[in-house]
Each structure stands twice: as C-alpha cells, then as structure tokens.
Design a protein around this ligand. Structure first.
Ligand SMILES: Nc1ncnc2c1ncn2[C@@H]1O[C@H](COP(=O)(O)OP(=O)(O)OP(=O)(O)O)[C@@H](O)[C@H]1O
Length: 247
C-alpha cells in the first residue's frame, strides 16, 4: 500500500508459533487521535498483536507501518524511540522512588541541547513532570513514594511514565483490571484526555468501560478481525454475539 494518513497501518500480518497462526493475515488501520478498543475471546490474539506492534514478537509475514515507516524489522528500543509506547498489565514503576522521580527517570535522554545548558534541561524536565502529573491526576502526590499509591494510582503513574516520552501511539493492555468503580471512571476520563493529540489502542474485556471510551471497536477471533465499527454496530453483529458477547 502507498502512503496513508493513518498513524498505524497493519497489513497481512501473520505470526505462527509452531505452525499455529496466532495472528492470521490481519489488517488494522488506526487514525490520528483515535481511541481504538480491541475486544475478543481469550486466545483471540489481542496481546500477541500488541507484542508484534511494539517489536516484542517478530512477525512471520506482513507489514506494520507507523506514520508510513516499516516497523517489523526494528528492535524494540527503536520502536519506542519512533513514538510507540506500550503498557503491560503488571505495573513496572519504581516503588521506592517518589512519583516525581518515577516521572523524571522516564524523560527521554538525548533530546534538546544539554551540556553547559543542563539547567535548561532541569527546567524542561520539571515542567514536563508537572504537566504529565496533572494529566494523570497525581499532581498532589508528586513527593509520595510510589509504593504507597493505590492500585489505580500506580496504573496511572505508569501511563504517566509512558506519556513522559510523548508517544504518538500508546497501547494499553486491560488498563482497569483490579480497579475500583471510581478509579475506572477516572481512567475513562484520563484516556479521553490523552487521545487528544495521540492515538490510543486499548485491549479490554469490560464492556461498560469499552462503551464509555471507544471511538471504534475491533473484534478479534482466532487471529483475525471478526468485526469492526462503532460499539453499537459490533454489539448487534450476530457473529460477535455468537463468539464473544453471548457468552
Ligand atoms: N510465544 C508464544 N508461543 C506459543 N504460543 C503463543 C505465544 N504467544 C501466544 N501464543 C498463543 O497465541 C494465542 C493468542 O494468544 P493471546 O495472548 O494473544 O490472546 P488474547 O486475545 O490476548 O487472550 P486473552 O484475552 O486471554 O489475553 C493463544 O492460543 C496463545 O496460547
């Protein structure tokens, strides 16, 4: 395919594990500023798809283009540097550092003019930490040790650590697992905020949450796309009811 306006264009993507196709000739296109939710039964290939996009797993065939650049051959750190951030289910924050320090260490090195102008960098980092802390609702807890945060706050901090790198595509695997009702609401608001200015892909099983956040829903089944569209469209699709929602 020639150049497109899509942030992410996945085409004919396939990965086989010992002959089993976990992802099978899959096509997926994500727009700028879009919040896409991927749903589907256990084993459908959702996590494997995100693993392929972030370079954790190598494709057997097909193409993954991010802003029209091919990603399938790049190492993971290059993919991060190009602007793709991925949050896994288990938080990987530094429990004995403060919220501020967790955000500070996530600021990408090697950007801007440093050396003699190190103080400028300090300001730049501080301003960025403050802005991100506000975005994730942790501006009042900057000095708190991360290990003392609630489960939900830890998840938000990890999202904040990814936001420090200002990714253009952010991928989140079941971000509300284990959260309270209130934390889920706040996470929905947070996701709505962060997709203004970047694209977000979320894997989620909680349909009420999906309804609240999704611009568009992709339903996966057996490594393929079963259906795609608005929540209403996929909810009323008999194929989707049959393999997923009806269970
Ligand atoms: N590294 C691997 N080696 C062998 N098989 C794998 C590997 N990774 C994934 N699979 C298989 O690929 C299939 C898809 O798994 P995947 O975890 O992507 O599904 P999922 O849709 O994310 O499911 P869930 O909702 O349970 O997280 C499963 O059958 C899984 O066992």
């Amino acid at each position: 395919m020639s150049n497109t306006d899509f942030v992410l264009a996945v085409e004919d993507l396939t990965v086989s594990f010992d002959g089993f196709k976990a992802i099978d000739a899959l096509n997926l296109y994500v727009d700028k500023n879009e919040l896409r939710v991927i749903i589907g039964p256990n084993g459908a290939g959702k996590t494997t798809l995100l693993d392929l996009i972030c370079g954790k797993t190598r494709a057997s065939a097909g193409s993954i283009k991010f802003k029209n650049g091919e990603m399938t051959k790049l190492p993971e750190y290059e993919i991060v540097r190009k602007g793709i951030g991925r949050k896994f289910q288990t938080p990987s924050i530094y429990e004995n550092l403060s919220v501020f320090q967790n955000l500070e260490v996530s600021f990408p090195r090697g950007r801007g003019v440093f050396g003699a102008l190190a103080f400028k960098r300090d300001d730049e980092v501080k301003n960025r930490v403050q802005a991100v802390a506000e975005e994730i609702g942790l501006a009042d807890t900057l000095e708190t040790e991360a290990g003392l945060l609630s489960h939900g706050q830890k998840q938000w901090l990890e999202i904040g650590m990814l936001l420090m790198q200002d990714p253009e595509l952010l991928m989140l695997d079941e971000p509300i697992a284990g959260m309270s009702v209130r934390e889920r609401e706040l996470t929905a608001d947070l996701l709505q905020r962060i997709c203004k200015g970047r694209s977000v892909i979320v894997i989620e099983h909680d349909m009420d949450f999906v309804k609240r956040i999704a611009h568009k829903v992709t339903v996966m089944h057996q490594g393929k796309i079963l259906a795609e569209g608005s929540m209403e469209q996929v909810q009323n699709d008999p194929k989707v009811v049959d393999v997923y929602l009806g269970h």
